[in-house]
Design a protein around this ligand. Structure first.
Ligand code: IMP
Ligand code: MG
Length: 170
């Protein structure tokens, strides 16, 4: 059962925003193929909607990032290698939320080191309270307050509520 919570972003608000992001990306990448890297599990729902709003040729890989939380700050690694070679390609790294920014920037830097033609970042949500002001994603859907949010792919830290069609917060 889903405990009481507040609806922060409705299905309709999300759908409209994702359409807009898709149109913006399609226009920026006009005539180019896009190699999307989706950071699982959180970005799966977002990317599945977003990629269908982009008429370009889109290639997709889904990566899982593993955080080793034993040490302070936690070392981050990819669980598996990418299924495509980023060299010479236009890569778009997508995540559900930019919080501290470690996950997204780790994957972006990893791809950058492999000499892509370009690499940009895209998030559905940005929580500015979590990261320094100079850190940002190239494409961002919504700015959210300093609250724990879940739904539309994001979990509540116990892997629950990813299937909510909207975004809620406690
Ligand atoms: P970052 O490395 O701190 O930016 O963490 C980003 C990751 O933490 C995201 O991919 C999310 O999976 C997770 N995360 C951060 N904040 C939230 C939240 O409010 N709700 C659910 N997941 C979150
Ligand atoms: Mg995540």
């Amino acid at each position: 059962m889903i405990p009481p919570h507040q609806v922060l972003l409705t299905e309709r608000q999300i759908a409209e925003k994702v359409s807009g992001l898709g149109a913006e990306i399609a226009s920026d990448y006009a005539g180019k193929d896009i190699w999307i890297v989706c950071i699982a599990c959180g970005a799966i729902v977002f990317v599945s909607d977003l990629m269908r709003r982009i008429p370009n040729m889109v290639y997709l890989d889904v990566v899982k990032v593993k955080s080793y939380t034993g040490t302070h700050g936690g070392e981050i690694r990819l669980r598996d290698a990418l299924c495509f070679d980023p060299a010479g390609r236009d890569v778009l790294v997508c995540d559900d939320i930019l919080d501290r920014g470690k996950t997204l920037m780790f994957v972006r830097d990893l791809i950058l080191a492999q000499k892509p033609a370009s690499v940009r970042t895209c998030v559905l949500l940005d929580k500015p309270s979590g990261h320094p002001a100079e850190l940002h994603a190239d494409y961002c859907g919504f700015t959210v307050p300093d609250k724990f949010v879940f739904g539309y792919g994001l979990d509540d830290d116990k892997n629950r509520f990813r299937n909510l069609p909207y975004i809620g917060c406690r």
